[in-house]
Design a protein around this ligand. Structure first.
Ligand code: B12
Length: 474
C-alpha cells in the first residue's frame, strides 16, 4: 500500500490550539486505500518533520493550510510565510514525493498559494474524494486534469468547485487516536462537525465558498455516537466544540442533536460558535442548557437596522433582541461578535449598536469589536468594493491587509470609535487587543485550578481584567 503523510501546518496557539479535524477526517476516509500517517505541527512547529519524512518515506505528502491571516486590519501576520518556511521548504530537502495542498486557507487563494509555495497540486474545498481520485491517478501515472476541486501547478484549475455527496456516511475523525491529543487537553477542545454547507449569504463571508451552499446534515445519532465514543476515551475534562459555521441553521438540526444527547443522558461539556440570531428560540436555548452547553458565541455583526440589512445577514433587529433576552433568561455565558465598517456604517449606526450592547448584553459577557471587512474573492463584498472603487481588478487580495471600510467610517476613525467605546465598557475588547497578557492568563489558570472554577475561561479573564483596571495594574 502506498504511503501518504498528512501534515498539519497550523501552529497558531491563539485563541487556543485547534486540533486538525480536516486531515483526521481525510485519514479516516482513506483508511484501507492508503497507509496514512499524520504529522502534527501545532506544537512541534516543523522541527522534526524532516526526520519523520526520512523514516516514514512517504509516496505523497499532503499539507493542510488553515489560516492565511488573522483577519484583523491592525495585525499583518501572514501565516503562509510560516507554512512555507517551516514546513514546505524544509520538507522538499528530504523527498521528491508530490506535494498536495488543501485546507480552508488554501481554498480561498488556491492559485496564489500554489504559486507561492511551489507545491505540485492543491485541492480546494472538501478534501476526501478529490484526494482519493488524485492519488489514484498519480499512482497509475495518469495525467491530472479536470478532477473536481484539483489545481495542478502547471495547467488550468478545475472548472467548477463541487460540494461532495452524502456526508452522513463518513467515518469519524477519531482525532485523539491519530495524534498525541494530550497537549490539546489543557485549554483545547475536541472539534465536532454536525453538517457541511452554509445557505446564508452574508456580504463578506467565505463560508459558502468553502463548504458549498447546500446543507448536508449528519444524523444526530451519528454525531452523538461520535461524542460518546470520544468522551469514553478521553474522560470528563474534554470540552466538545461544534465547528459549524452556524450551529443553529437550518432550523431544527441543533434541536435534534440536543434531544439525542439528552435522551441518551450523555453528560459532556459542550460549546459552540456561530449561534445565528435568526432561529433562536426558548425551545433551542432550553434544550442547549439541558444538553450541557457551557458557552456560546453569538455573531450578529451589527445591531443597526441599516447595517444588518446591508450585510445581508438575513435576520432583523428583533431577532437580535430576542436572542439577547433569551441569553439573559437562560443565563448562558456568551461571547458576542460585532464587525463595524460595513456598507452604510457611520457614527449613527455605530451608536445604535453601542446602545444595544448597553441595554441588552449581560456585562459579564464578552463583546468583541472588530473594524473592517476582509475582502475575499468570490464574495458579494468583492463586487461592492470593486463598484465603489475601493479595490481594482488588479489588486492582490492575498495580502493580509485588504479590508473594506465604509466612506463614513474609515479605518483610523473607526479605530478611535472602537477604542473609546471599549475604554468605557470593561466587557468590550477591540479585536487588536484580544490576546490576554501572559501574566493574566497564568493568573487565570491558577485561580481556576485553586478555586475549582468550571466557568468559561473568558469569564475568569473578564473578572481579572476588572480587578487589574481598578487596581491600576492594567
Ligand atoms: C470553527 C472555526 C474556528 C473556531 C475553531 C474551533 C475548533 N475547535 O476548531 C475558532 C473560533 C476558535 C476559530 C479561530 C480562528 N479562525 Co477560524 N474558522 C472556523 C471555521 C468556521 C470552521 C473550521 C473547521 O473546523 N471546519 C471543519 C473541517 C472539517 O474542515 P477543514 O479543516 O477545512 O477541512 C476540510 C478541507 O479544508 C480539506 N482539507 C483540510 N486539510 C487538507 C489537507 C489536504 C492535503 C487536502 C487535500 C484537503 C484538506 O478537507 C477537509 C475535509 O473535507 C472556518 C470557516 C469554514 N467554514 O471552514 C474558519 C476559518 C478557518 N478561520 C479563520 C481564521 C482566520 C481564524 C483565526 C486566525 C481568527 C483569529 N484572528 O483569531 C483563528 C485561528 C485559530 C487557530 N488556532 O488556528 C479563517 C481562515 C482563512 C484566513 N483568512 O486566514 C476561516 C476560513 C474563516 C474565514 N475568515 O473565512 N476558527
Amino acid at each position: 500500500m502506498k504511503k501518504l503523510l498528512l501534515v498539519n501546518t497550523n501552529a497558531e496557539k491563539s485563541p487556543y490550539p485547534i486540533p486538525p479535524l480536516g486531515i483526521c477526517l481525510i485519514a479516516s476516509f482513506l483508511n484501507g486505500h492508503y497507509d496514512v500517517k499524520i504529522y502534527d505541527g501545532m506544537f512541534d512547529e516543523g522541527r522534526s518533520l524532516g526526520s519523520v519524512i526520512h523514516s516514514y518515506n512517504p509516496d505523497f505528502i499532503g499539507f493542510s493550510i488553515r489560516n492565511v491571516d488573522e483577519v484583523v486590519p491592525e495585525r499583518s501576520t501572514f501565516f503562509i510565510q510560516g507554512v512555507y518556511r517551516n514546513f514546505i521548504e524544509p520538507a522538499r530537502k528530504f523527498t521528491t514525493a508530490p506535494f498536495i495542498l488543501g485546507g480552508s486557507g488554501y481554498t480561498i487563494f488556491p492559485r496564489e498559494i500554489l504559486d507561492y509555495t511551489g507545491a505540485d497540486y492543491g485541492i480546494a474545498g472538501e478534501g476526501e474524494e478529490p484526494l482519493l481520485i488524485l492519488l489514484q491517478k498519480l499512482e497509475r501515472g495518469e495525467t491530472v486534469t479536470r478532477i473536481p476541486n484539483v489545481y495542478a501547478r502547471k495547467g488550468e484549475g478545475p472548472r467548477k468547485l463541487r460540494a461532495e455527496g452524502d456526508y452522513n456516511l463518513r467515518p469519524y475523525s477519531e482525532i485523539d487516536l491519530k495524534l498525541d491529543f494530550n497537549p490539546y487537553t489543557d485549554r483545547g477542545v475536541y472539534s465536532i462537525q454536525t453538517k457541511r454547507g452554509c445557505a446564508l449569504r452574508c456580504l463578506y463571508c467565505s463560508y459558502p465558498l468553502l463548504e458549498g451552499r447546500q446543507y448536508r446534515l449528519r444524523a444526530p445519532q451519528a454525531i452523538v455516537n461520535e461524542i460518546e465514543e470520544a468522551s469514553e476515551r478521553l474522560g470528563e475534562s474534554v470540552t466538545f466544540e461544534f465547528v459549524d459555521s452556524t450551529f443553529n441553521e437550518p432550523k431544527g438540526h441543533a434541536e435534534e442533536i440536543c434531544k439525542e444527547l439528552i435522551r441518551r443522558k450523555i453528560r459532556v461539556r459542550l460549546r459552540t460558535m456561530g449561534v445565528n440570531p435568526r432561529n433562536t428560540s426558548k425551545e433551542l436555548f432550553g434544550l442547549m442548557t439541558e444538553a450541557g452547553f457551557a458557552q456560546i458565541d453569538v455573531t450578529p455583526d451589527s445591531a443597526s437596522v441599516t447595517v444588518i440589512k446591508n450585510l445581508l445577514k438575513g435576520f432583523t433587529i428583533d431577532d437580535i433582541r430576542r436572542t439577547a433576552m433569551l441569553i439573559r433568561e437562560f443565563n448562558f455565558p456568551s461571547m458576542w461578535f460585532f464587525l463595524f465598517g460595513g456598507p452604510g456604517e457611520n457614527r449613527g449606526t455605530f451608536n445604535e449598536t453601542l446602545n444595544f450592547i448597553d441595554n441588552f448584553i449581560n456585562p459579564n459577557d464578552l463583546v468583541y469589536m472588530s473594524g473592517g471587512l476582509r475582502i475575499y474573492p468570490g464574495t458579494p463584498l468583492f463586487d461592492v468594493a470593486l463598484k465603489e472603487g475601493f479595490i481594482s481588478d488588479s489588486d492582490n487580495l492575498f495580502k493580509p491587509s485588504v479590508f473594506y471600510f465604509s466612506k463614513e467610517s474609515p479605518q483610523a476613525v473607526l479605530r478611535d470609535w472602537i477604542t473609546e467605546a471599549c475604554r468605557d465598557r470593561l466587557n468590550c475588547l477591540p479585536s487588536y487587543e484580544t490576546n490576554a497578557p501572559a501574566e493574566m492568563l497564568r493568573e487565570a489558570v491558577s485561580t481556576r485550578s485553586n478555586q475549582g472554577l468550571t466557568e468559561p475561561m473568558f469569564r475568569t479573564l473578564l473578572r481579572l481584567r476588572r480587578e487589574w483596571k481598578i487596581s491600576g495594574k492594567l
